[in-house]
Design a protein around this ligand. Structure first.
Ligand code: DOR
Ligand code: ZN
Length: 371
């Protein structure tokens, strides 16, 4: 049956818009799905590690990145949150300057070398010693965490019983929460049962974003035929993990979990020695999320599913970041939609699920969006 529903425009609490030539495409794609507001990640080149004034070869300022985004159409977003990239040079004084000058709302922790352009991050202990988290708590700045342990052996990085994310949520985050119980934390793009369990049982100041790819696929989808468009970090995990993520989003009245696509455009996905990490989902994120809710057992003909989906897409993230829910709407219709690669001046972007090489139908887009 073909049916439609209309929701307040949604908030993507974790997206990579990038820079330069890509911006026109990434921002237009994001807006085309009824996305009202975004939190745009600071792992640019160079990274966004200072607040205002001119950028340098090693550091971009938040104010310059803000202006670059605005010049490429980001003024159409209702809210644009730009976190500061935590690094060795971050100081409490810099954070105070951020709040004063640009209403700094969030900072991003990257595990050193943990993902695309994470090479500038310092270990968690560094920020504890420097009083960074203490100052963030006092100023009400949200800590956006890429929750993976960074100094593990290859065996521990991804093995049957342990992996970098599991290790982080079992051994590091509980300590952090004990030390800073009032710090606002968003566990970004969680992928494991351990992360779900921790966030579900935490207080309201600890929340998590979940990507469409981690809700829809497991590592088996990536590995069979090496579907490298599914290669992202943290890696896709196992069925038990995916089941926990699905349970998290369909738990009635849950407020801990919300949309954060981690849409990450790469025009050169394969490299001479490996593969760039990131799935580009900007043009189809609500479609993919709706498919994930269905895969989790929900039917959109029911009011309870609509409420769960609205909370996840449009309400919980706004409430966590103190944003007003959008008064504009977007409409989703249960009908197949077509998707084509995006040509940019930097090369081609292949959005999920285009490029996946499955024999079944589980990856075909079964929803379309109108705004
Ligand atoms: O897969 C990913 N891609 N994970 C990240 O954490 C970063 C992102 C990117 O920037 O490409
Ligand atoms: Zn990301």
């Amino acid at each position: 049956m073909t049916y439609s529903f209309t929701l307040p425009r949604w908030f993507d609490a974790h997206v990579h818009l990038r820079q330069g030539n890509l911006l026109t495409t990434t921002i237009a794609d994001q807006l085309s799905t009824g996305c009202a507001s975004v939190l745009a990640m600071p792992n640019t080149k160079p990274p966004i590690t200072r607040i205002s004034g001119p950028s340098s070869e090693t550091s971009m300022t938040l104010s310059e990145y803000h202006d670059e985004l605005m010049n490429h159409g980001a003024d159409a977003f209702e809210n644009l949150i730009l976190p500061l990239y935590l690094c060795h040079q971050t100081t409490p004084i810099l954070l105070e300057q951020g709040v004063r000058e640009v209403e700094l709302k969030a900072c991003k922790y990257y595990p050193p070398k943990g993902t695309t352009n994470a090479d500038h991050g310092a270990p968690i202990e560094h920020y504890i010693k420097q009083g960074i988290f203490e100052t963030m708590k006092e100023l009400g700045i949200v800590l956006c965490l890429h929750g993976e342990s960074h100094s593990l052996s290859h065996e521990q990085y991804f093995d049957q019983h342990i992996n970098a994310e599991k290790d982080f949520y079992l051994n590091t985050l509980p300590r952090l929460i004990d030390k800073y119980p009032a710090l606002k934390i968003v566990c970004e793009h969680i992928t494991t049962k351990e992360a779900c369990d921790l966030v579900s049982s935490a207080d309201a100041n600890v929340a998590a974003t979940i990507t469409p790819q981690h809700l829809l696929f497991t590592v088996g989808h990536l590995l069979r035929g090496f579907n490298y468009h599914l290669y992202c970090l943290p890696l896709l995990k196992f069925e038990e993990d995916r089941a926990a993520l699905r349970q998290a989003i369909i738990t009635p009245n849950q407020t801990h979990f919300f949309a954060g696509t981690d849409s990450a455009p790469h025009t050169h996905k394969t490299t001479d020695c490996g593969c760039a990490a990131g799935c580009y989902t900007a043009p189809v994120a609500p479609n993919l999320y709706a498919m994930a809710f269905e895969a989790a057992g929900c039917e959109f003909s029911s009011d309870s599913t609509l409420q769960l989906f609205k909370n996840f897409m449009s309400t919980n993230g706004c409430q966590f970041y103190g944003l007003a829910e959008s008064t504009k709407t977007f409409t989703m219709t249960k009908t197949a939609s077509e998707l084509t690669p995006r040509e940019t001046n930097d090369g081609t972007l292949v959005p999920l699920p285009t490029g996946l090489n499955f024999t079944g139908t589980e990856h075909l887009l079964s929803w379309s969006v109108t705004i």
